[in-house]
Design a protein around this ligand. Structure first.
Ligand SMILES: [Zn+2]
Length: 83
């Protein structure tokens, strides 16, 4: 099992402290390593057998890409920059 599948299983068990939100095709998570504050990932739900975008059929890939690019504008919280 890869690290991403491990983290997805943690989400399903309710024990992933970095889980943010579930969307139709994936999970939004805060990156374990916050070298860049707020670093966030969008993990494809079926990572086990589909690890590349070209593994997805065109409709699934379009939905995944749409959710990946759209969710920050829907759910982000405005904040003042750190100085
Ligand atoms: Zn995996």
């Amino acid at each position: 099992m890869c690290l991403i599948c491990d983290r997805i299983n943690m989400i399903k068990k309710g024990v992933n402290p970095y889980f943010v939100r579930e969307l139709a095709t994936g999970y939004v998570v805060i990156g374990d390593n916050q070298h860049f504050y707020g670093y966030t990932l969008f993990l494809y739900k079926h990572h086990g057998d589909k690890t590349e975008l070209f593994h997805l059929d065109s409709a699934e890939r379009a939905k995944f890409m749409e959710e990946m690019q759209a969710w920050p504008s829907r759910f982000s919280v405005p904040s003042a920059p750190k100085r």
